[in-house]
Design a protein around this ligand. Structure first.
Ligand code: ATP
Length: 365
């Protein structure tokens, strides 16, 4: 094949319209994305949406029915090329990708390395230092904690200098506190190495914490792609909001680019008169109108009109309280997170406002 010219703009990994069918059903349906060196892209989506199948095709253990995979601009799988898995220089880290129990830590890290003994030894030492485990170089896997084993697995995966790292729920075996720590450490090492990372997860927090870019998947397709900030703050539809938090939905009909609700008017830009819309609000943007209760700050103009509801349930969550209201005007249930100093009793009537600048208006489908 022709030599590729790799420039600063060449994606380390690119997939184009990747498709895989099982029994005539496309479980991966025209997925395209790019990952630059040193960047972490996260495939985020519910179970069964095709994340793992996408990763398996890139790794070369699953064959695509259509589409192309390119590394550094060269086609490694598709009509224009076919590089076997072992020559793709892709590192793998999976949830149950355990260390070899019969090999020492050093031998585990050396596993994928070739070349002169001295060079191998030096790379093993370098990688163990990088994950801060030099003292365990002669230890056995069973002598290490779960988190330490995970760090050795990372050192092993990165030792051969893979151009790309594919990670499938790599941290789900770890307990919460440890997981955050390992995520941050892993990220630091991957950034230092300049590896392009494609990470699969179904956990929104993990995606937010790790990713430079999130590709939100549903039913084999990418429905939205962008920086975590944009995915969270400019979701494409109600399901994209619901993936990250509870949602409240208020329905309305558009008149003059506005829709009138019991909480006041909402902007519905671009929606024609008569269109039915749904206003989607996260619980943290539904506020108790403490002013009506004679305490707390005055509502701001963004808050719209207060509407009254009766507390159905209130749960103390530590950082905040989650309160369910049955609204007087239509009997619907709305959820609000409120400051944790507040835990109203069921049966208590309260007034609610909506942060109108923080809600999303979508056409009804
Ligand atoms: P999870 O998070 O549960 O692993 P996922 O998003 O990674 O889900 P995939 O593992 O890619 O999803 O699976 C996508 C769909 O393809 C699922 O419905 C699965 O049952 C189906 N599937 C995967 N592999 C095969 C196979 N070899 N034969 C038939 N169907 C398959």
């Amino acid at each position: 094949p022709a030599r590729q010219i790799v420039t600063a703009d060449t994606p380390r990994l690119e997939i184009r319209a990747l498709t895989r069918r099982f029994d005539g059903r496309a479980v991966v349906d025209g997925v395209s994305l790019q990952v630059m060196p040193g960047q972490v892209t996260c495939l985020l989506g519910p179970s069964g949406c095709g994340k793992t199948t996408t990763l398996r095709m890139i790794a070369g253990v699953e064959r695509q029915d259509a589409g192309q995979i390119l590394i550094d601009g060269a086609e490694i799988s598709g009509p224009g090329g076919d590089t076997p898995p072992e020559h793709r220089r892709i590192g793998l880290m999976f949830q149950d990708f355990a260390l070899f129990p019969h090999l020492s830590v050093a031998a585990n890290v050396a596993f994928g390395l070739t070349g002169p003994r001295e060079a191998v030894r030096a790379r093993v030492a370098e990688m163990l230092a990088r994950v801060d485990l030099s003292r365990y170089i002669d230890a056995w896997p069973h002598e290490l904690s779960g988190g330490e084993q995970q760090r050795v697995a990372l050192a092993r995966a990165l030792a051969p200098r893979p151009r790309i790292m594919l990670m499938d729920e790599p941290f789900s075996g770890l307990d919460n506190r440890l997981r955050d720590e390992i995520r941050d450490e892993t990220l630091a090492v991957l950034k230092e190495e300049g590896t392009a990372v494609l990470l699969v997860t179904h956990e929104p927090e993990e995606a937010m914490r790790m990713a430079d870019e999130i590709a939100l998947m549903r039913g084999g397709r990418i429905v939205q792609q962008g920086a975590p900030y944009n995915i969270y703050n400019a979701p494409v539809d109600r399901a994209a909001v619901a993936f990250f938090s509870d949602v409240n939905v208020i329905r309305g009909r558009v008149q003059g680019a506005l829709t009138e609700t019991p909480f006041g008017q909402f902007l519905a830009p671009g929606q024609p008169d008569g269109a039915e819309v749904e206003i989607v609000i996260r619980p943290q943007h539904l506020k108790i109108d403490f002013d009506r209760e004679g305490r707390g700050p005055l509502p701001t103009p963004q808050d719209g009109t207060p509407a009254r509801g009766v507390v159905q349930r209130a749960r103390f969550m530590g950082n905040e309280s989650l309160v369910e209201f049955r609204m007087d005007h239509d009997g619907s249930i709305l959820k609000a997170t409120v400051p944790n100093v507040f835990l109203p009793r069921p049966g208590k009537p309260l007034w609610l406002t909506i942060r109108r600048d923080r809600c999303f208006v979508f056409p009804m489908r």
